[in-house]
Structures are given as structure tokens and as C-alpha cells.
Ligand binder design. Sequence first.
Ligand code: SAH
Length: 325
Amino acid sequence: MTPLERALRERIAADGPISVEAYMEACNSYYYATRDPLGTRGDFTTAPEISQMFGELVGAALADCWKRAGAPADAIYAELGPGRGTLAVDALRVMRAAGFAGEVHLVETSPVLRALQQQAVPGAHWHESVDDLPARPLLLVANEFLDALPIRQFIGGAERRLLVAGGGLAFDRDGEIVEDSPAREAAVAAVATCLAARGGVALFIDYGHERTSAGDTLQAVRGHGFAPVLADPGEQDLTSHVDFEAVARAASDADALVTRVVGQGEWLSRLGIEARAQALVRANPDRAQEVHAALHRLAHPGEMGRLFKVIALHSQAWPAPAGLA
Ligand code: SAH
């Protein structure tokens, strides 16, 4: 039994069944606080870890918005859940070359990942929560951040909970599931409120669906494969599909403007990923195969191109980012 499972069983014995939301919260806090989960030797690989092209195109899109908004000197680069800091490094290289000299603010709860981010982006500022970001114009990106935030599940209007039965953790009911995520909506609303007050643009990239729909999307990922969600609490990544309709609603309720939702493949194509890949191959002919494989993985509809989606939020005075307008 994992240490977290022991703690959860004690909690259930003392206080009664816990919600799926409380379970996901406890599991992911423990999981991210105790390891670097990324890369081939970890549990999963994200877009910025596949290729520098991903972060570079994010940086180009943010820098372009910043210039079109008049290049305000007090704007900051902000990122939610920056992992190893790879996306920040690649995006900032492009943004610095475009003249952006602003501060870097990272929202990260994991001490292990903060230490890696500190090596990758020396001089950055760290925050525990989106609410702690400074009130400045934002150039914000969050890749695979929202999917890690806890969701609630409901069956017939009743919140689904976990209890201890048959010697292990078990769900208290089964049936048709409807999900929502107050934590996600709160994070999006906090970003949107900051944008509406101070200006800026935010990109949210994640896997999920364009329209709210019923269904169980809670999943556990471990060693690059799926695992049972109640197995080994705290030792595997718990995620769920992001409901982009709910994200858009939370953002517009907080007075940000919202773009349409676009598949990651279409978005990267519009930003010129094919040309970027060709330039990389020309500069590094020996890496041609690697670059083409990365392009395929990021953009092909059968890989990450369709399941992963992008939405942008922006303020009245700032333009929608390229590829989403
Ligand atoms: N964006 C990175 C990492 C994605 S993994 C990439 O694309 O590679 C999820 C990230 O979100 C990790 O950095 C994790 O520590 C962070 N995270 C998870 N829950 C969080 C929370 N509640 N607050 C802040 N960061 C969180």
C-alpha cells in the first residue's frame, strides 16, 4: 500500500467517504511534489518535451501579440505548471529576440519541479497560485496544466465518492457520469480577471473536448500507459479531459475575450511549424528524422494534433493571437 493510500484510508475511516475531487487533489499534490514525471524515463511526455518547435511557436505568437499591443514594457511572461521549464526556455528565446525584456513569473506548487525550473530559467519569480500573479499585462501560457486540476463527478445529481470496501478503495456508485471542475474554472477566471484589468493574452493548451458532454474522463497515467485510477494513489498522474466550453464560459464571465477552440495540429500549422521544421533540418541535416518524427507527433490528427486543443483569452485592447483569430 502506498503511503498516501494509508493516509486516505485513515481519513475515510475517520470522516467518511471522500469526493473524487478530494481524491484527485490529494493524489496529484503528492505525485507532483515528489518527482519529475516527464520524459522517457518518467510517466508521460508533453509537447514542449517532444520538440523545441512547440515552445518557439508559442513564444512567436505571444511576442507578436505583445508588439501589436504596442510592446508595453511592464508586460510579464507568465506560465502555469511549467514542468521542467522547457517551454519557458524555448518561448523566451524567441521573445527576447523580438525585443521582449519583461520579467518571468511561474506558478508552480512542486518543489522538485521548481528546482528544475530554477536551473532552466534563472531569475524567474515563483508563485503558489494564479491569484498571486502580479497585476501586470500578461503574456501567459499553460500547457497540460488544467488537466491536472481536480474534477468533480456526479451520477444522477449526486457527487461520486470513494470509500473503503472489499479491502481497497472503491467508488460509492456507478452510472452515467457528468464532470465539472471548480478548480479549473477558478484558475481560468483568475487569469481572465487579470487580463480584463491589466491587458494581455493567455494560451491554454490541453487535451479535451470543445463542447460540454457527459462521460467519465478521469484517467491515470503511469510509465507512458493507462492504469486503474484507484491503483497506487500518489504514484501515478491523474488527469481528465478539459471541457473547453466550461473554460470559455469561465473566462467570458470574468470579462476576458475568448477565441474559438482550435486543434493543436491546425494551430501549429497556421503558426508555420512545417517551415520551422524545414529550417531546423537545413541547419541540422543529421537530425532530419528526429525533427520529422516530432512534427508528426505534435501535429498529426492521429497523434496529438486533434485531441489536444488550444484556446486563447485576451483583453479588449489586445489582439487575439495568430492562428486563433
Ligand atoms: N507544462 C509542463 C508540465 C505539465 S505537467 C509541460 O508541458 O511539460 C503539470 C504541471 O502543473 C507540473 O509542473 C505540476 O507540478 C503543475 N501543477 C499541478 N497542479 C498544480 C497546482 N494546483 N498549482 C500549480 N501547479 C500545479
